[in-house]
Design a protein around this ligand. Structure first.
Ligand SMILES: [Zn+2]
Length: 83
């Protein structure tokens, strides 16, 4: 049995060189407080152009990293010209 409900989901916004904004989500999987400061590097891919990006997350969280395209991407901005 996994106790997934007990884990806190983190969300970290990033921006790719191509201009796309995306969120890097992960679960903080730390169990040992003594290792609280450990950090590891992970590679994620931009959901838009696929370019890889390196970032740091707490140790253990690197296995749970998920990339989500940000809803705040400005590319599809529509200007309403009314009146
Ligand atoms: Zn990109």
């Amino acid at each position: 049995m996994t106790d997934a409900a007990d884990r806190e989901r983190k969300r970290s916004p990033h921006r790719c060189e191509c201009g796309s904004a995306f969120d890097v989500c992960y679960f903080d999987d730390r169990r040992d407080p003594d290792r609280d400061r450990e950090a590891v590097t992970v590679q994620v891919s931009c959901p838009s152009c696929g370019r890889s990006k390196t970032l740091c997350v707490p140790e253990g969280a690197d296995r749970t990293v998920v990339v989500e395209a940000s809803a705040l991407a400005a590319d599809d901005f529509e200007e309403g010209v009314a009146g």
